[in-house]
Design a protein around this ligand. Structure first.
Ligand code: AHR
Length: 513
């Protein structure tokens, strides 16, 4: 009796007032911050996407149908491919035409690379899921000529030999290449370059690697070139590239600077992706919130050299990196995906949204079967991860206008770890609908959110919430829906939105005001 009373007292929901200031719209939350990353790594491409046309797994031209239909629901704005470290050893010619060379993938397990998923298959995949291409060119072991020819092969509408070869390989129309990465992690796996060396390569590549797709240029969708940016807190790299950008003249350009920042707590990745407790949940969330400092730091440097914010900060590798799952191959980066990852992804997406004026693109690592994945597959089986559900719940935020929300986040502590109890963002979509997202980080305490719209009366609200019994609840092939969204406990009272945010939950209630 006494125990029950204590328990119910401790679980009484605290009230958190919020003000959504609809009178102060901010920047557009670029749909590209919901981008994905698909590298030739482990079973991310082969099995995760590509099963081949002769597979018993239902597929369209070799690309599995179940995965395509799941990804379509996410409205994935762009897919970064072919890597990662893989990109700086990728030679595109091996992945076109009827005869594909079998090569090696030394970065990721030293396995053979059949090259059966190449340029045409990738373009077919993004076409099937309704996305756009973000290609990384090989700056590490390739040449400017090789990269320039790849772009000509893909984009030339004139009858050049390369364009004819593309047509002979099944695609007479030029492809759109809207985003181009100039190398990957050139400070490390991409060639261990100094900043000076990288900047001179950047100038050469952005000068000579051209997009010839006239229709793409005419429709105003010029290809954006994204320079390799810093590793986590390496401000010196950002300084060097942005300083070069400030002094640039007509013959080279860049429109984006990448940032790679994983949530790993410490290297090498040792945290388990499943079978952990509240302590590890809190430690990982504390580590992921470091993204705010990283984005602020690099944005401040970019503001110094580019006050007009012409160059986007592109967080093109982010997400949780845990210890490999027991029994899986070294180098395949296979991990489970739990409720913790759902909370972690909403916290990062909210950071990107709050910096929407500078962070205009991001790519979670990675799409399928690798690191913090949307989807896991096992031969013919497929499941949607908690992270997938968060990305699906956030779809209405794509290209919506950021609206400031003020609230006292409070805090809770676990040993030396101190975390805010709540996070939230708001936005208005093109149809005028107001969107609110509330993340309750606290693994034990529910919260009663009461949001007022600063003078405007809310009329109705509904929505979904994602939570689960345990911080490490996961979906498995045996229980695929253990973690899935349910209707949110939200209503409108006296023009205010009231919602119960369950412990460790992500809630998105669209509001009519
Ligand atoms: O996403 C896995 C790897 O992490 C990428 O290949 C590399 O760019 C980064 O170090």
């Amino acid at each position: 009796m006494h125990l029950t009373l204590l328990l119910s007292l401790s679980l009484a929901a605290d009230k958190v007032p919020m003000t959504v200031d609809v009178s102060k719209p901010g920047a557009k939350i670029d749909r590209n911050i919901f981008g994905q990353f698909a590298e030739h790594l482990g079973t991310g491409i082969y099995e995760g996407i590509w099963v081949g046309p002769d597979s018993k797994i239902p597929n369209t031209r070799g690309i599995r149908n179940d995965v395509v239909s799941a990804l379509r629901a996410l409205k994935v704005p762009n897919v970064r491919w072919p890597g990662g470290c893989f990109a700086d050893e990728y030679h595109w010619r091996k992945g076109i035409g009827p005869q594909r060379a079998i090569t090696l993938n030394p970065n990721w397990g030293g396995v053979t690379e059949p090259n059966t998923f190449g340029t045409h298959e990738f373009m077919d995949f993004i076409h099937q899921i309704g996305s756009r291409a973000y290609l990384s060119v090989n700056l590490g072991s390739g040449t400017p000529q090789e990269a320039a020819e790849w772009l000509e092969y893909m984009t030339a509408s004139q009858q050049t030999s390369l364009a004819r070869e593309r047509a002979a390989n099944g695609h007479p129309e030029p492809y759109e290449v809207p985003y181009l990465g100039i190398g990957n992690e050139s400070w490390d796996c991409g060639g261990n370059m100094s900043t000076d060396y990288y900047v001179s390569q950047l100038k050469i590549y952005t000068r000579f690697v051209r997009n010839y797709n006239a229709a793409q240029q005419e429709s105003g969708k010029q290809m954006l070139e994204i320079a390799v940016g810093p590793n986590e807190a390496d401000t010196q790299w950002t300084e060097a590239v942005m300083k070069a950008y400030q002094a640039k003249h007509w013959s080279w350009d860049m429109q984006g600077l990448s940032l790679h920042a994983y949530t790993v707590v410490k290297w090498p990745p040792a945290y388990a992706s499943v079978g952990f407790g509240v302590k590890e949940y809190n430690q990982v969330l504390q580590s992921t919130l470091e993204m705010e400092n990283l984005v602020s730091k690099h944005s401040a440097i970019m503001d110094k050299y580019d006050p007009g914010k012409q160059v986007a900060l592109v967080v093109d590798e982010w997400g949780a990196w845990y210890a490999k799952l027991p029994g899986t191959q070294q180098g395949f980066l296979a991990q489970q995906n739990s409720l913790r990852d759902a909370v972690l992804s909403s916290l990062n997406l909210n950071i990107f949204a709050r910096h929407a004026d500078r962070v205009r693109m991001a790519n979670i690592a990675q799409m399928i079967n690798v690191l913090q994945a949307m989807i896991l597959t096992d031969k013919e089986k497929m499941l949607l991860t908690p992270t997938y559900h968060v990305f699906r719940m956030y779809v209405p935020f794509q290209d919506a206008t950021f609206i400031p929300v003020t609230f006292d986040a409070g805090s809770y502590t676990d040993g030396s770890v101190r975390l805010p109890r709540v996070d939230a963002i708001a936005a208005r979509d093109a149809s005028g609908k107001l969107l609110l997202e509330v993340t309750n980080l606290d693994p034990e305490q529910p919260l009663e959110i009461e949001a007022s719209l600063n003078g405007v009366a809310a009329k109705s609200a509904s929505g979904e919430t994602l939570t689960a019994p345990k911080v490490d609840s996961v979906n498995t092939f045996e229980a695929r829906n253990a973690v899935r969204p349910k209707a949110a406990n939200v209503k409108v009272q006296g023009g205010k939105i009231t919602l119960t945010a369950e412990p460790k939950s992500v809630t998105v209630p669209p509001v009519q005001a």
